[in-house]
Design a protein around this ligand. Structure first.
Ligand SMILES: Nc1ncnc2c1ncn2[C@@H]1O[C@H](COP(=O)(O)OP(=O)(O)OP(=O)(O)O)[C@@H](O)[C@H]1O
Ligand SMILES: [Mg+2]
Length: 361
């Protein structure tokens, strides 16, 4: 294992600097990609000292996932595929499909250097912290050139699937469930921001919000997470990574990453939740492709707001609740990061919105 964290890395290929991946990731390197080039900040935890993480061997994970067969594929991201697997609950050894505990196994594309960095970061962060609104990492595998991560399975998949995949069998999320999900995700982010070693998540988006059986939201993917600023700095400087449409403007422009940069990403997801539309969609008419630019002017006007709200949830919420949610979205999307509310306040506002029961109010 020491080898995995110290010197072993997948083959360095020119394409691995990740100029732009299919999933919308952005990797405009401004510092050559070294995680030690953070000003006033310890970029990553120096050495892995993780709690109770199991180190799996590749053969066991292959057996648990029916040899990574396509019929157990849960999804695919920029750096690899995620499969459903079955393990014995006590021993965490592979069992027959349908018996034991169901898990999610993420298998990295072996030639991606950025993927390897994210694999390490995931273990460094999720191996140390736990919270009901963060997805649970059970273990990892580094076997020659194979790098995998094993998580608790989130049976309802990602928020992205529910909001945007209209042709599948997934049912439409109700207003109440949407607010519940927003609250869970806000609680997860607030926890990161207020933990002893402040953590900036940096990749807040609908595909990284996973849902359990009861639609409790858990944040996943700590591959881009950073420790917050220290030594009197207000920000960390790092190369620009993230996803088009969700990254905060100050971060995209300067590489300066603030805790409040995450709040912007939260605002984008809140807008997606309200409208049922993707942050960026090149299939929409030109002026509507960037959801934030197109929808922002409508968020402070009752009538205009009604016209951009997701029609699938019409009649399920009061005007007062919708207006408050829209107002909160606007605050999170402020261009000046200092004007955005802290996640603790965002969470409290969402809880107040949830308490508005009367549809006619
Ligand atoms: N623990 C899990 N339980 C259930 N499904 C999961 C789990 N983790 C991931 N998935 C599914 O696999 C998909 C791919 O996840 P992954 O994190 O690799 O990529 P992504 O978040 O969609 O994109 P990107 O690589 O740009 O972050 C998710 O969108 C989700 O549908
Ligand atoms: Mg993800």
């Amino acid at each position: 294992m020491g080898l995995c964290f110290a010197s072993l890395a997948p083959r360095q290929t020119p394409s691995s600097s990740l100029p732009y991946s299919g999933s919308g990731r952005e990797g405009t390197s401004v510092d050559g990609g070294s995680s030690s080039s953070i000003s006033g900040n310890n970029a990553v935890f120096p050495r892995v000292e993780t709690r109770n993480l199991k180190q799996f061997n590749f053969a066991d994970l292959k057996a648990a996932t029916k040899s990574f067969r396509s019929d157990v594929l849960l999804g695919e991201g920029g750096f690899g595929k995620v499969y459903k697997g079955w393990l014995d609950e006590k021993t965490l050894t592979p069992t027959k499909s349908g018996s034991g505990m169901v898990v999610a196994v993420k298998k990295l594309n072996s030639e991606s250097v950025q993927g390897f960095r994210e694999w390490q970061s995931e273990i460094n962060f999720l191996g140390r912290i736990s919270h009901p609104n963060l997805v649970k990492l059970l273990g990892y595998c580094c076997d020659d050139v194979e790098f995998l991560l094993v998580y608790e399975l989130m049976p309802k998949g990602s928020l992205e699937n529910h909001l945007f995949r209209r042709n599948t069998s997934t049912e439409t999320l109700s207003w109440n469930t949407r607010i519940k999900i927003a609250i869970g995700a806000a609680r997860g982010l607030a926890f990161l921001h207020t933990s002893e070693k402040q953590i900036i998540y940096r990749d807040f988006k609908a595909s990284n919000i996973l849902l359990d059986e009861d639609y409790n939201a858990k944040i996943s993917d700590f591959g881009l997470a950073k420790l917050g600023p220290s030594g009197g700095y207000s920000h960390v400087t790092t190369r620009i990574m993230g996803t088009y449409g969700y990254a905060a403007p100050e971060y995209v422009a300067t590489g300066h990453l603030y805790v409040k940069s995450d709040v912007y990403g939260f605002g984008v997801v809140l807008l997606e939740i309200l409208t049922g539309l993707r942050a960026l969609d090149r299939n929409r008419p030109l002026e509507q492709q960037n959801l934030i630019e197109w929808a922002k002017p409508s968020l402070s006007d009752k009538k205009k707001l009604k016209s951009i709200m997701d029609e699938r949830i019409e009649g399920q919420y009061s005007t007062k609740a919708a207006m408050r949610a829209a107002h909160l979205t606007l605050k999170c999307l402020q261009r000046d990061h200092r004007k955005r509310p802290p996640m603790k306040d965002v969470l409290e506002t969402l809880e107040r919105i949830e308490a508005i029961k009367n549809r006619r109010q």
